[in-house]
Ligand binder design. Sequence first.
Ligand code: NDP
Length: 477
Amino acid sequence: MHSSQMLINGEQVSSHSGKTEIIRNPANQEPVAEVYVGGREDARLALEAAKSAFPGWSETSSLRRAEILHAAAGLVRSRAEQIARLLTQEQGKPLKNALLEVLASADVLDYYAEEGKRNFGEWIDSGRTRSIVLRQPIGVAALITPWNFPVDLLAWKVGPALAAGCTIVAKPPSRAPLAATELLKAVNDAGLPAGAANVVHGPGGEVGAELVENPISRKIAFTGETVTGRWIVAHAAAHIKRLSLELGGQSPFIVAEDADIEKAAAACVRRAFSNMGQICVSVNRVYAASEIAEEFTSSVVRLTQRLKIGNGLDPDVDLGPMFSESQREKTKAHVADALQKGAEVLSGGCEPEGDEYSRGFFYLPTVLTNVDHGMRIMREETFGPVAPIMRFESLDEAIRLANESEYGLAAYIFTNDLKTALRAAERLEAGGVGVNVNDVVDIQAPFGGWKQSGLGRELGRSGLEAYLETKHIRLAI
Ligand code: NDP
């Protein structure tokens, strides 16, 4: 069985307490690996190591840092099959998707290797003085990540932090730490100085809390639930730490009467159900114009019923199990609440039948109709494979409903009319709007949330700036 140690000061180490846990496959509960579980003491050691490595790494030229990040990307690619298998076994997603996630993380490292070279300053002529503006690394950055995309979401932080000259301590999710740890090991093996990149396993309430509260970390980059984000804001306040928070979402998907129905239905099905709906930018609420609602809904149902669900290691499956019993319970509770308030199930709405599903956290992709905003499914983040479809009469009504949420991460509109597209895109309250496309993630563009979906941006140029402080040097001449 695979054994996963932590990485502190360039060494693979067991935890201070020696405690271990078994990671199990959510498809069948089989043991996948034994993982060392750290605590506050291990987090402190990792922070000290990152602090010691900071002067050397921050003064390493951006060209050399780029070489190391490119080498790291190469190592991730060469180990991609092995990392992806661990990812599928600990998280549940189909192997082909796990592989794409690992390869995407290598692309992020390559991107920031180059972007780090373009950390330009400014020169300002103020008459009798000159001003130089520098952008310098913040210091030690703590990177705390969730289980739904444990590799990619970590790479979004590791790449820009190291490219900027920060040193890092990563805390992967407790129940899916394996592939993320392998990512960091590859980065370390690429020639980083000891202590520049550290990984500590362990509970959020201990290891995560130490990383947030200890004054050594000057930056916290976190992806996870809004409730955890609030806790981090409150506790990082003691030292006014720099924060990047990517939190929950409840993304609306609007289909206008002039949309290409088949394309919109396919896009909706993919973004509502892939990764079993456990994506922060998943389609959570669908608003279909009443003129096309029936045709659109029947296309969604037809495409949903074609999806094959099973163990992620089976090459033919489109969907794996959910990550945990608690995720499945939450999904069931949201569906039950909707049904009790008058919703109708058009597809799914229960667990699949058969022996192969009996030991995993499986749930059928579910399409609901007759839904309204009185139901939890339309207001809370389900983080499960459910597409509730509601009709609307006018674009204004659809935009009002879409914005009726405390979240503002992603929103989607499908239309063939430029005016409708622009009107919706400008008025939707979200950090990313997809027009005729079901994804708002692009490595070169800023990603993040409005309202309670977050603070700051990852990816693109903004992703690098999130790890930099600005300094003004004023020269009398
Ligand atoms: P959690 O907030 O529960 O956990 C995220 C990470 O934070 C884990 O590593 C967790 O550790 C750690 N953690 C928990 N408590 C603390 C604490 N007090 N201090 C520091 N760290 C802590 O989120 P989930 O893992 O459940 O992930 C799902 C959530 O992530 C969803 O709400 C989803 O919307 C959101 N998400 C947002 C994205 C975005 O970009 N906006 C992208 C993907 C997901 P442990 O594992 O030990 O609990």
